[in-house]
Design a protein around this ligand. Structure first.
Ligand SMILES: Cc1cc2nc3c(=O)[nH]c(=O)nc-3n(C[C@H](O)[C@H](O)[C@H](O)COP(=O)(O)OP(=O)(O)OC[C@H]3O[C@@H](n4cnc5c(N)ncnc54)[C@H](O)[C@@H]3O)c2cc1C
Length: 469
C-alpha cells in the first residue's frame, strides 16, 4: 500500500509544523526531505533512498481473474493493451535471436527483441556454454571458417575486447573454436543490439500469438505489468523450445535429451597440484580452459535425460546439479594444492539440449547428408563436427509447415538426427541470421516468408557476409 509523506509523518505523530521546524528529525534531515517530490511515500528518515521513492501512476490494470467453475479454471475474455508495433519481432535473445535481430535491423526493418531474462546470449552466456563449436570445413590438413557473417564478426569483436575475454584465432591449419567470457559476450551483444537501434525488451515472457487463421500478426508477452501485445509484420521464434510455434498451433516433435548444467570455477591459476589426485572420479581440472587463466568452465557430463519443458524435471535437475557441484568442490578444496578453488557461479539458465523440434518444410537428416545433397536455397553453412563434414543449410528448414509469417531458428530447428549439430552455438547464429534477414525482406515485400524469392534472400545474405558455398 502506498501512503503519502504527510500520512507517514502523521502516523509517526509528526505534524506539518514539526517537519517545518525540523524539531524531531534534525535540520540536515529536514532539508533533504524538502527535496522529496510532493506526495512522496519515501521513508523520511532515509535520506539516501527517500528522494528516489515516490508514487507513480498505475501503468496498467490486469484483467479479471480466473474463476473456478465445476472443477475447471476458466479465464474470462479481456482486452490486452498494445505495447508496441514493429516490422519484425524476435522472441528469445539467445545466439539465434541475437543474430536474427541484428540481421533484420541491418536489412532495414524496425525490430523488437523480446527476452524472458535480463541479458542476451541464452545458453551461450546465461547457460555458460562458452565454447563456439562447429565453425570450419576441413580442407586437406587445413580448416576454413564457414560460419561467417554475424557470428564471425561477433567472435572477432569479442577477441578485440581483450585476450582474456576470448581465446584467439589460430593459424589456418587449426580449428578456431573460440571460448568467450560470458560477461564479455553479454556486454558485446547489448552493444551490437544498441548499435542497430533494436527495441530491446528484457523481462518479457512470450506467452501467446495474435493470429488471423494460420497467419501470425504478433505476440503476447507476460511481464510484471501483466499481459501486453506486440504487433508485427513478421515473427521469428528463437525461444530454443519453439514456444511461439507451439502457441501458434504449429506442428512439432517433442524429444527428451540430456539436460545439462554448467559451472564456472575460479582461482584455477592458484592450483599448485600438477595433476588430479589418484583415483578421484569426476572433473578435476588442473588449469583454466578459458582465455582467462583464473576461470574454468565445464559441466558434469551430459546430465539426466528429461523433458526440458516440464517444471518438475527442470526443478529437480537444478537442485541436484547444484548439490553435486557444491559437494564436488568441497572435496576438491580439501586436497593439498586445491584449497583456493571455488565456484564463481552456476549457470542461471539450465540446459535442456533440445525439446520441441519444428516440423519444417525440409529437414537435413544424416541420410540427406549421405546422399547427393545440394540444396538450391542455401542460407549458410555449418562446420564439421567430428560426425560429418561441413554442410549447407536450406532456407526451407527455417519455414514451419502450416503457420505463416513465422520463421524458426536456433536449437528448435529441424527434426531428427542432425539436431546435435544444428543446436550448437555457431549454427544457431547462422540460422538466426538467415531467419532475421528473411523476416525483414518478407516484411518489406509484404509477402509470407514461404513466398519470398530465394534470389532476393541470397543477395541480402551475401551482403551480410554469410558464406553460401
Ligand atoms: C549443457 C550444454 C552443453 C553444451 N555444449 C555446447 C558446446 O560445447 N558448444 C556449442 O557450440 N554448443 C553447446 N551446447 C548447445 C548450445 O549451447 C545451445 O544449443 C545454443 O546456445 C542454443 O541457442 P538458441 O539461441 O537456439 O537457444 P537458447 O540459447 O536456449 O536461447 C533461447 C532464448 O530465448 C529465451 N526464451 C525462451 N523462451 C522464451 C519465451 N517464451 N519468451 C521470451 N524469451 C524466451 C531464453 O531465455 C533464451 O535467452 C550445449 C548445450 C548445453 C545445454
Amino acid at each position: 500500500m502506498q501512503i503519502t509523506k504527510r500520512e507517514f509523518l502523521k502516523r509517526l505523530g509528526l505534524g506539518g509544523a514539526a517537519l517545518a521546524g525540523g524539531a524531531a528529525l534534525g535540520d540536515q534531515a529536514v532539508k533533504a526531505k524538502h527535496a522529496l517530490p510532493a506526495g512522496s511515500c519515501g521513508d523520511p528518515d532515509n535520506v539516501v533512498f527517500g528522494k528516489n521513492i515516490f508514487p507513480i501512476e498505475h501503468t496498467m490494470t490486469d484483467g479479471p481473474s480466473c474463476v473456478l467453475k465445476d472443477g475447471k479454471i476458466l479465464q474470462p475474455a479481456r482486452e490486452i493493451p498494445i505495447f508496441h508495433t514493429t516490422d519484425v519481432v524476435v522472441v528469445g535473445g539467445g545466439s539465434a535471436g541475437f543474430a536474427a535481430a541484428v540481421a533484420a535491423a541491418r536489412t532495414g526493418a524496425k525490430v523488437a527483441l523480446v527476452e524472458r531474462y535480463g541479458s542476451l546470449g541464452g545458453l551461450f552466456t546465461n547457460g555458460m556454454v562458452l565454447i563456439m563449436l562447429c565453425t570450419s570445413a576441413r580442407e586437406g590438413k587445413n580448416f576454413r571458417l564457414v560460419t561467417k557473417g554475424i557470428v564471425e564478426e561477433f567472435a572477432k569483436r569479442a577477441r578485440a575486447l581483450g585476450d582474456w575475454v576470448c581465446t584467439g584465432p589460430v593459424p589456418p591449419n587449426r580449428h578456431w573454436q573460440p571460448t568467450v567470457d560470458p560477461e564479455g559476450a553479454k556486454y558485446l551483444m547489448d552493444k551490437m543490439v544498441a548499435e542497430e537501434k533494436i527495441d530491446m525488451f528484457f523481462h518479457c515472457w512470450g506467452v501467446d500469438t495474435i493470429q488471423d487463421g494460420n497467419k501470425v500478426l504478433g505476440i503476447v508477452f507476460e511481464s510484471k505489468q501483466g499481459r501486453q501485445a506486440i504487433l508485427a509484420k513478421q515473427v521469428v521464434d528463437c525461444t530454443g523450445d519453439a514456444d511461439v510455434l507451439f502457441q501458434a498451433g504449429g506442428d512439432y516433435r517433442q524429444i527428451t535429451h540430456g539436460i545439462g548444467h554448467e559451472v564456472r570455477l575460479a582461482n584455477m591459476d592458484r592450483i599448485t597440484a600438477k595433476k588430479p589426485p589418484k583415483g578421484k572420479p569426476g572433473r578435476w581440472p588442473t588449469r583454466s580452459n578459458e582465455a582467462n587463466k583464473s576461470a574454468w568452465w565445464g559441466n558434469l557430463g551430459i546430465g539426466p535425460k528429461g523433458n526440458g519443458l516440464d517444471v518438475r524435471d527442470l526443478t529437480a535437475a537444478e537442485i541436484d546439479f547444484r548439490k553435486r557441484w557444491w559437494e564436488h568442490v568441497a572435496k576438491m578444496r580439501q586436497e593439498p594444492g586445491w584449497e583456493q578453488v571455488f565456484i564463481a557461479n552456476t549457470c542461471s539458465q539450465i540446459g535442456p539440449r533440445a525439446s520441441r523440434l519444428v516440423d519444417a518444410e525440409f529437414v537435413v537428416s544424416r541420410a540427406v547428408l549421405r546422399g547427393d545433397y545440394k540444396p538450391d536455397d542455401v542460407v549458410g553453412w555449418l562446420g564439421a563436427d567430428g560426425r560429418h563434414a561441413a554442410f549447407p543449410v536450406p532456407y526451407r528448414q527455417l519455414v514451419p509447415k502450416k503457420v505463416d509469417n513465422l520463421l524458426c531458428a536456433g536449437r528448435c530447428l529441424g527434426t531428427g538426427d542432425t539436431i546435435d549439430t544444428f543446436r550448437l552455438i555457431c549454427p544457431c547464429f547462422v540460422t538466426g541470421q538467415a531467419a532475421g534477414t528473411a523476416a525483414a525482406l518478407a516484411a518489406q515485400a509484404g509477402v509470407t516468408p514461404r513466398a519470398l524469392p530465394y534470389s532476393t534472400l541470397r543477395q541480402a545474405l551475401e551482403k551480410g557476409g554469410v558464406y553460401l558455398g
